[in-house]
Design a protein around this ligand. Structure first.
Ligand SMILES: Nc1ncnc2c1ncn2[C@@H]1O[C@H](COP(=O)(O)OP(=O)(O)OP(=O)(O)O)[C@@H](O)[C@H]1O
Length: 809
């Protein structure tokens, strides 16, 4: 390729690339269309052409052979079709913007300098040999992200390649037109990044492939650690890095890894919709997405009402005055701790020898097998056998016992009575069964007649095949079997184990607790924690803090459920998960690698885990050797002014580095009362909209405060599309939202208005991070309001870092 250097040459080159793409698309088009037709056609004719003939063995073999052959043809066509279709789609996607970057690389020992154009996917010349555009995930493309011009190197499967990068260029190409071109001398992209970050917020997250930063690239491409932990300041690109990493892994391991082998745990369902367009934009399928709550519901939802983390949060934030508040908080902390995890493991050890609780298996108000019987059966097995294995033995024994009892039951009086009430369908079923058996009777009868002819003697009487009796027997069998079905299902699902009792038993008294668990310490206010927990369990509700431990205990006893298909799990907002939950995920996905991304500065839930540093308990999960930690300190979301303000809200926040994108300082507005505040906010919302900001959030501390704010703002005339967001809102939309801080986690808005920044709302240390989280959602504008004093957190910020407005409207 001739060296392209000037604007004109770049334009010319772009035209050439577009032409190549167009002709590539045109040449594939008929094939793609035709292949599609062919494949569906074969599918349609598949069964018409193959007549399955099983009359003789040869016929059967031939049919089998034809099917296999047809199937092979079809699979090959489908594979080829998928490949071509993918190529075709990639070219279509490249056409409006074929590349975003270029590096000129002079490899050591080589004559020529290679010009490497980088885009969202690779585009290869028709000869199949030379790359016109390199996929951003190819090894050579990492040069673009990792180095400024000068000495550079990249790793390939064949080893490290070193050389000199002679040029690094970025492009903005829209609708096939070259709009901007930047040559960078330092690390990539401040100019392009400026442009990208200066834009408005979207209701959907965007891909960042054109401007991935070196520190993010290291996370995206790390493919050696079992466990990858990323601690990153608000807006440092953790979620972005996670999503591009998924795309990278899917590309790198495209022969072995599919999107449904990757699971992302997100903070709430709304977040799922927020990130759902990034991967399709990159030409990949979306990974599976779920929330931890969904998982809990799946396994415990039938037995309990499970409180979710948001309701727990509301309680923590609003119920200070309620009786038992302190104890609940202590309980939340303890139940998320490693001490409690150990306690449950100790408890399971203890249960190996004594203390198991089983429920009676009851039938028609009678005890068929008592809990005591089950218990003695369990402890009659060799104690060296693991508890879950012994439970499986008990399960097997129970199934056998049940089969025996079922048979016994057939003679019971109630069965006869029941027979009189059978409906026609049930009779028909028995008739069918009898008919099937009749074949056997007929054969037996023929045989007897033959015997008779031979020995001239009738050996048995026809009454031996008493249909009426047989019918009755079958009916009785059917009735009992039907009624035993739930018992059988119950045994399969371990309902004979008194799980509620076992969990409840832990919260009886201190001495018993120590003895059962082997834990020397109990938390403060233990008697109250115990009483509260028992009361909740009895009412059929499982508090959020109890749900994971409950499930964990269940698994210690019943054996672990695992998913061996999944290869990668991603946990976003990882600081909000307890060690308990991590242990759980590790067990659940034994063959998966884990990527945890979070920010301890935004750890707003009581069960938070510190992710980073030598004191992070997460290091122990897979061991230090298998764990890599990354720290992201540069914040990209907010303007320089907003970051300089928000970083001072956090102890240790000085380490956060603001990106040089300038904007207005945060504005603090103090009003005389709530009505005036609402009036002022309504006015400011209108102004912000007039300035062109289309996504604006009024952020409150709690859901209760959100409702109040929504009502106050509406009473003051409101804003045209004011929306109240609750945990049940399924998707994000542009416009103006009133939203509690914990639901705004992970997302961003052009402008953020903190509804009430008074000390009444934010003063406890535990509210500091919530306040920080709320303020850091802002990209371009941040405004805070109070109808009284300022929260002490704002008091700690130097006055020069914000503007104050007077109380007048
Ligand atoms: N390299 C980048 N190029 C362009 N934009 C970026 C880059 N890194 C981050 N951003 C942008 O910064 C914003 C914040 O990114 P993201 O939401 O991934 O951060 P986060 O660390 O997950 O934030 P938080 O913890 O506050 O939720 C997004 O708008 C994202 O597009």
């Amino acid at each position: 390729m001739e060296k392209v250097s000037s604007w004109e040459q770049e334009q010319e080159w772009l035209e050439q690339v577009k032409e190549k793409l167009k002709s590539g698309i045109a040449s594939l088009e008929p094939e793609v269309g035709q292949l599609k037709e062919q494949a569906t056609d074969i599918r349609r004719r598949f069964w018409e052409e193959v007549t399955v003939n099983t009359s003789t063995e040869e016929d059967f073999e031939e049919s089998f052979f034809t099917i296999t052959q047809q199937d092979a043809v079809l699979s090959e066509r489908e594979r080829s079709h998928a490949r071509k279709l993918r190529q075709w789609k990639n070219m279509q996607r490249l056409l409006p913007s074929p590349y975003f970057g270029r590096i000129d690389f002079h490899e050591e020992g080589q004559e020529a300098v290679e010009q490497v154009y980088i885009g969202v996917s690779s585009f290869i010349e028709e000869d199949g040999l030379s790359f016109v555009v390199y996929d951003w995930r190819t090894p050579i493309a990492s040069l673009y992200y990792d180095y400024p011009p000068g000495k550079a190197a990249f790793d390939t499967p064949g080893g490290r390649i070193s050389g000199t990068m002679e040029l690094k260029r970025q492009y903005q190409i829209r609708d096939g037109q070259l709009q901007h071109l930047f040559d960078s001398s330092v690390t990539i992209g401040d100019e392009l990044l400026q442009q990208v970050l200066g834009k408005g917020a979207d209701s959907q997250m965007k891909s960042i492939v054109a401007t991935i930063q070196a520190e993010q690239n290291a996370i995206i491409r790390n493919d050696t650690s079992r466990m990858l932990i990323v601690q990153g300041a608000a807006g440092s690109g953790k979620t972005s890095a996670a999503l591009q990493r998924v795309a990278y892994l899917l590309y790198k391991h495209r022969e072995r890894l599919t999107a449904d082998q990757i699971v992302l745990f997100s903070p709430n369902p709304m977040f799922n919709s927020y990130v759902s367009t990034v991967l399709p934009e990159l030409g990949e399928e979306n990974m599976q997405q779920t929330t931890f709550q969904e998982y809990l519901e799946t396994w415990l939802g039938q037995d309990y009402r499970i409180e979710d983390s948001f309701d727990q949060m509301e309680y923590v934030l609003t119920a200070q005055q309620e009786e038992g508040y302190e104890a609940r908080l202590k309980g939340v902390g303890y139940k998320a701790s490693e001490a409690f995890l150990r306690a449950l493991q100790g408890y399971a050890q203890w249960l190996k020898l004594e203390g198991m609780l089983f429920k009676d298996i009851r039938f028609r108000d009678r005890v068929l097998i008592s809990g005591e019987q089950i218990k003695s059966k369990l402890y009659s097995f060799d104690p060296s056998i693991r508890l879950p294995n012994r439970i499986t033995l008990v399960q097997k024994w129970l199934q056998e016992e049940l089969a025996r009892l079922q048979k016994q039951e057939q003679g019971a009086a109630w069965v006869e009575e029941e027979m009189n009430y059978l409906d026609n369908d049930q009779y028909a079923e028995v008739y069918r069964m009898l008919h099937r058996e009749r074949g056997v009777f007929d054969f037996a009868e023929k045989y007897l007649r033959l015997q008779e002819l031979l020995v001239h003697k009738r050996e048995q009487d026809e009454s031996d095949f008493d249909f009426a009796e047989r019918e009755e027997e079958l009916l009785a069998q059917m009735i009992v079997k039907e009624q035993f079905k739930p018992l059988r299902r119950g045994i399969r699902k371990f309902t004979f184990i008194d799980m509620a009792g076992l969990y409840r038993q832990l919260f009886s008294d201190e001495t018993a607790y120590r003895e059962m668990t082997g834990e020397p310490e109990v938390p403060e206010l233990w008697p109250e924690i115990c009483a509260q927990t028992r009361k909740m369990l009895d009412s059929g509700t499982l508090w959020y803090e109890d749900a994971t431990p409950y499930l964990y205990l269940k698994e210690l006893i019943e054996g672990v459920r695992t998913n061996t298909q999944v290869r990668h799990i991603f946990v976003d907002e990882g600081q909000d998960y307890s060690m308990f939950q991590y242990e759980f995920l590790k067990k659940l996905f034994p063959r998966a690698r884990m990527t945890v991304l979070g920010d301890f500065g935004q750890a707003i839930f009581t069960q938070a885990t510190n992710l980073y540093g030598s004191s992070s308990p997460l290091l122990k999960l897979y061991g230090e050797e298998e764990t890599s930690q990354f720290l992201l300190v540069r914040s990209y979301r907010s303007t320089f002014e907003i970051v300089e303000f928000t970083k001072r809200l956090l102890p240790g926040g000085e380490a956060i580095v603001a990106f040089e994108r300038r904007g207005r300082k945060p504005v603090l507005a103090k009003l005389d009362n709530r009505e005036l505040r609402a009036e002022r906010i309504v006015k400011d919302l209108a102004e912000l909209q007039a300035e062109g900001y289309s996504s604006i959030a009024v952020i409150t501390k709690t859901a209760a405060e959100s409702r109040e704010a929504y009502e106050c703002l509406t009473a003051q005339g409101g804003a045209p599309e004011l929306r109240l967001i609750t945990k049940n809102t399924p998707t994000f939309e542009k416009g103006i939202q009133v939203i509690p801080a914990y639901l705004a986690k992970g997302v961003e808005f052009d402008a953020v208005l903190i509804y009430d920044a008074s000390p009444q709302t934010y003063h406890r240390e535990s509210e500091r991070k919530l306040f920080y989280t709320a303020c850091t959602r802002a990209m371009h504008r941040l405004q805070l309001y109070t109808a009284g004093e300022w929260t002490p957190f704002v008091g700690g910020v130097e006055q020069g870092l914000y503007e104050q407005t007077v109380a007048t409207l």
